[in-house]
Ligand binder design. Structure first.
Ligand code: CU
Length: 234
């Protein structure tokens, strides 16, 4: 009897801890000299150039926002969730090709979550994903409206996606076995929601500025923790 009661109590505590999950929110700042935004020359494909009325397009590789924060930083739980299972999100992830660039430039998916790759340009793109832990794929999308659904079998941070037609096109996909990730926005902010209580190591990844980690403890009762990162420019 006592044993059953203690089981019930444990069960209740587990549900409570899971139900009253917390979140980690933060800002990714940039310190140092602001880099001059790199311009993409699309002159090798007149159709791409025409979409932008012949103007150069700014690269998404290093984007320092007007408030001196960094965009396109992938922030995720690196350690602390080992052995736990999480259901996939109900929605698919989308990688769009528009104006001969990828939208978004950085995104996250869960293992085996469908990633819909869409061509919204009136020209051919060739989507080439280069994971090391999962099989690669390489698909031509010859015209506007073409869609393919792909997924990655194993976790990997980060998977490079490129276009074999347009050398400047690149995106990054973070593949995780849990849904606790976010990408910094045009104000440098990110929020990782609904985390169960626990002690975590959070990593902030940027394709050229590097990676940083931080330890964060999320409490059991709707705890919101702040995790601010600063990347140093040259
Ligand atoms: Cu392309």
């Amino acid at each position: 009897m006592i044993n059953n009661i203690s089981k019930l109590v444990l069960c209740f505590l587990f549900i409570t801890a899971t139900a009253f999950a917390g979140s980690i929110t933060g800002k990714v700042s940039f310190k140092g000299n602001k880099p001059v935004p790199q311009k993409i020359k699309m002159s090798s494909d007149q159709k791409c150039l025409k979409i932008h009325s012949g103007k150069d397009v700014e690269s998404d590789q290093v984007v320092v926002n007007s408030n001196s924060t960094v965009r396109w930083v992938f922030v995720y739980v690196k350690k602390g969730l080992e052995g736990k299972k999480f259901p996939q999100p109900k929605t698919k992830a989308v990688l769009d090709q528009q104006g001969c660039t990828y939208h978004p430039h950085v995104l996250g998916v869960m293992v085996n979550q469908p990633l819909e790759i869409v061509n919204n340009d009136p020209l051919m793109h060739n989507v080439h994903a280069l994971p090391k832990n999962s099989p690669q794929f390489n698909i031509a999308q010859i015209s506007k409206g073409k869609k393919n659904s792909k997924s990655f079998a194993k976790p990997e941070t980060m998977v490079r996606v490129k276009c074999d037609v347009h050398s400047w096109m690149g995106a990054w996909v973070g593949v995780l076995d849990h849904p606790f990730f976010a990408v910094s926005d045009d104000k440098g902010n990110f929020t990782i929601k609904d985390l169960p209580a626990g002690e975590y190591e959070i990593e902030a990844w940027h394709e050229t500025l590097g990676t940083q980690t931080m330890k964060v403890t999320v409490g059991a009762s709707d705890d919101t923790k702040t995790a601010d990162f600063t990347f140093q420019g040259k």
